[in-house]
Structures are given as C-alpha cells and as structure tokens.
Design a protein around this ligand. Structure first.
Ligand code: AMP
Length: 193
C-alpha cells in the first residue's frame, strides 16, 4: 500500500519544519521530518556516526542509509499506531532530497502535492539558520561554511526532485511571508485534496 503524502520542500531555513510541526497536530495528518529521525539516533550507533559525519559537513547522508532508516522509522510509528496509513496523510519534511531517494521511495509514496517554500534571498535563509543554531542547538547550522554547503547541496542535489514529480503537483509558496500566512496557503490546498 502506498501512503498518501504531501511533501514540504525548500531550502534549509525555508520553514518546512515549522509548518510540518503545525500540520502534524491536526487529526488525520502525520508529520515526519527526516532530519529529526537522524537526530534521534544515538552517537553509539553506526548510523548515528554516519549522520554526524555527513551532517557536520553539510552534506546528505548516503541514500541507502537514509531510505533504510526512514522505512524503519515509519514502520515503528505504524506499529505504535501513531501513523495509520489508511486514515492519515503523511507530511514529509526533508525527504526525498535527491533524485535517487525519490526513485527509491516511488513504491511507498503516493505524492498528492508538493509545497515548494521559496526564499530567493540567501541572506534571509542564512540568518534564520543562524538563529535556529542557537535556539535548537543545531551543530550543523553553527558554522557559516557548513550553512553555505547545505544551501549548495540543496540547489544541486535536491531541487531536481521537483522535476521528478512534475510541475502539476508543485504549489509554490513565498516562504518569506509570516508563518501564519504560509500556513493559510498550505491549508487552502490541503483542504481541497
Ligand atoms: P534537516 O534537519 O532537514 O536540515 O537535516 C539535517 C541533516 O540531516 C542534513 O544536512 C543531512 O545531513 C541529513 N539529512 C536529513 N534529511 C536527509 C535526507 N533526506 N537525505 C540525506 N540526508 C538527510
């Protein structure tokens, strides 16, 4: 069975997590952020070490590791009944982040909409990431060079994912608007799905 899914898409700092957390509180929506799944690993585990190595450089964790971990995380949440695929819309945040990931997930996801949160002004994204680094203790956003690398990786590896799904699914939203306005625009689409 494929999961009915909407994707929160956009550069680091565009506000995917903020919107995802809100949507995840609505009955019938289940939010999962790939970065959170990684951050919940212990550093003693093999995957935890792999995550620290790659995220510390601002790079993507290799696709095989990422998809394996994600599948395990979703299975766990199904077992615990937090996620009920027949009832819930899956809200994916930070996945897929490469063309290969999109292909690997094709058997699992029925993608109904993609929300592309855009922020053409790099300096705004950087400022947001730096504020978050302090607030949330995010090591990968402390270092300026790592932030720049994360933004480059997004342009190079993640953006092509939009073409994989096709323009008809993509809803472009100005991420520089206040979060409540972004949420309103998301809801306008979601209520019609
Ligand atoms: P995020 O919290 O979404 O900004 O992700 C933090 C870091 O986790 C990224 O810089 C990557 O190293 C790793 N990560 C998160 N999602 C993925 C993914 N889908 N594929 C590979 N690496 C990921």
């Amino acid at each position: 069975m494929k999961y009915n899914t909407v994707l929160l898409f956009g550069a680091p700092g565009a506000g995917k997590g903020t919107q995802g957390k809100v949507l995840g509180t609505v009955p019938g929506y289940f939010h999962i952020a790939c970065g959170d799944v990684f951050r919940n690993l212990t550093v003693e585990s093999e995957l935890g070490r792999v995550f620290l190595e790659y995220s510390g450089r601002g790079e993507l964790v290799p696709d095989e590791y990422t998809i394996r971990l994600w599948r395990e995380a979703v299975e766990g949440r199904k077992q615990g009944a937090q996620f009920q695929p027949k009832r819930d819309m899956l809200v994916l945040d930070g996945l897929p982040r490469s063309l290969t990931q999109a292909q690997m997930l094709a058997d699992a996801l029925n993608v109904l909409a993609i929300f592309n949160l855009i922020c053409p002004d790099r300096s705004k994204l950087i400022a947001r990431l730096q504020r978050r680094a302090l607030r949330e203790n995010r090591l990968d956003d402390v270092n300026y060079e790592v932030i720049l690398q994360r933004l480059d990786v997004y342009e190079r590896e993640t953006k092509p994912v939009l073409d994989f799904y096709g323009a008809q699914l993509v809803h472009t939203i100005d991420a520089t608007q206040p979060p409540i306005v972004v949420l309103h625009q998301l809801l306008e689409v979601l209520t019609k799905l």
